[in-house]
Design a protein around this ligand. Structure first.
Ligand code: MG
Length: 328
C-alpha cells in the first residue's frame, strides 16, 4: 500500500452488510476519499496494521470475527504507530454502549441509520485532528534533528559524537573488541576566514563535512566537534584500521581543491587517531587523540598521527600554544 498523500485522504470502511458498505463507498468516493474496504473485523484489523494503512477508518460495531470495539482496542495497542482516527458506526443507542465504544479507543461514533451530511462533517473533524497530529510529529522531528545535528554542516553535533563513544565503550565492555576515534582539524582555517570571509569559511566547513561523511561506513559517526574540528567514531576498528580511515579522509579532503565563489581553495587536514585498546574512558581517549593531533600539527600538518603510549601522561603544551588554538 502506498502512503496517503495527506492525512485522512484514504479511508477504511469495515462493514459486513453489503448494502450499507456500498452506500458508504459511494458517498465517500463522491466526497473525494480514496476508499479501502473490509468485510469483517479481521480484515479491517489486517488492513489497519499493514504498512501504509489508511489513517481514517469507519468501523461497523457488529461484524463477524472481530467487532468494531475490539478492532479499536487492538489498533490502539500499538501506540508507536501513526495515529488512526476511528469512527464507530452503531445501531446501539444506549449510553453504556456508546461509552464502551469510546473506551475501546474510538474517537467518535455515529448511530445508524446515519445522516450523510453529519458523517461528512464528522470525517472532516477527524481529518483536522490527523493534520494537527501530523504537524506535531513534523515539529517534533525537526526539534529532534536540531537537537542532534550541527546547524551549519548538517552532520551530528558534538553531543551525539560523544554519545557514540559512550555507546562503543559500553559495547566493548560487554562484547570486547576495539573501536577508534579520529580527531581532525582543518589546517590554517583562520587564514581561509581571513582571506575569503566567513561565508566562504562556512562553505568550506560544509564541504569538508560532506567529504568526511562520504568516507565513512554507515555505522561510523561523524560529528562536528567544534569550530573547524571534527570527530569520527569508528566502531569495530583497531589502530591500523582507524589510521587507514583517517588517511582516507585526509586524502579525500586534500586531493581536490574546494570550489568556492572566490575560486578553488586548497584545504588540508591534520588527524589525531586513538583506539580503545586500553579501555580508556572518554576523556582519556579524546585526550590521546588530541595529543596525536597536536603532534600532526607540529610535524607540518596535512598528516595523520596515531596516539602512542608515551602520549600518557599528558605532556603539558607549550605556554604560547595554550594561548593560541592548536589549529592555527
Ligand atoms: Mg454489521
Amino acid at each position: 500500500m502506498t502512503k496517503e498523500l495527506e492525512p485522512g485522504s484514504r479511508i477504511l470502511i469495515a462493514e459486513d452488510d453489503l448494502v450499507s458498505r456500498r452506500m458508504l463507498q459511494v458517498f465517500l468516493a463522491k466526497w473525494g476519499y480514496e476508499v479501502v474496504v473490509a468485510r469483517d473485523g479481521r480484515e479491517a484489523l489486517q488492513t489497519l496494521e499493514a504498512e501504509g494503512a489508511p489513517s481514517l477508518a469507519i468501523l461497523d460495531w457488529m461484524m463477524p470475527g472481530l467487532e468494531g470495539p475490539e478492532v479499536c482496542q487492538r489498533v490502539r495497542h500499538h501506540p508507536g504507530r501513526r495515529y488512526t482516527y476511528i469512527l464507530l458506526l452503531t445501531a446501539r443507542t444506549q449510553k453504556g454502549d456508546l461509552l464502551r465504544g469510546l473506551e475501546s479507543g474510538a474517537d467518535d461514533y455515529l448511530t445508524k441509520p446515519f445522516d450523510a451530511q453529519e458523517l461528512r462533517a464528522r470525517l472532516l473533524v477527524g481529518r483536522r485532528i490527523l493534520e494537527l497530529q501530523e504537524s506535531l510529529i513534523t515539529v517534533r522531528e525537526e526539534l529532534l534533528f536540531q537537537a542532534t545535528h550541527d546547524g551549519l554542516t548538517g552532520i551530528a553535533n558534538r553531543a551525539v559524537a560523544l554519545e557514540a563513544i559512550a555507546r562503543e565503550r559500553a559495547l566493548q565492555a560487554r562484547k570486547g573488541g576495539t573501536f577508534g576515534v579520529v580527531l581532525l582539524d582543518l589546517d590554517h582555517f583562520k587564514n581561509i576566514n581571513d582571506s575569503y570571509g566567513h561565508l566562504c569559511g562556512d562553505a568550506v566547513l560544509k564541504e569538508a563535512a560532506r567529504r568526511i561523511a562520504g568516507c565513512v561506513r554507515p555505522y561510523d559517526t561523524v560529528g562536528r566537534y567544534g569550530g573547524e574540528e571534527f570527530l569520527v567514531v569508528v566502531p569495530f576498528a583497531d589502530g591500523a584500521g582507524t589510521l587507514a580511515m583517517a588517511e582516507r579522509i585526509r586524502h579525500t579532503i586534500g586531493s581536490e581543491p574546494f570550489q568556492s565563489d572566490a575560486g578553488p581553495i586548497r584545504v588540508t587536514i591534520s588527524c589525531g587517531v586513538a583506539t580503545s585498546e586500553k579501555a580508556l574512558d572518554q576523556n582519556a581517549l579524546l585526550h590521546l587523540a588530541d595529543v596525536a593531533l597536536y603532534r600532526a600539527k607540529e610535524r607540518g600538518r596535512n598528516r595523520c598521527e596515531a596516539a602512542i603510549s608515551t602520549d600518557e601522561p599528558s605532556p603539558a603544551p607549550p605556554v604560547d600554544s595554550s594561548l593560541k588554538p592548536v589549529s592555527q
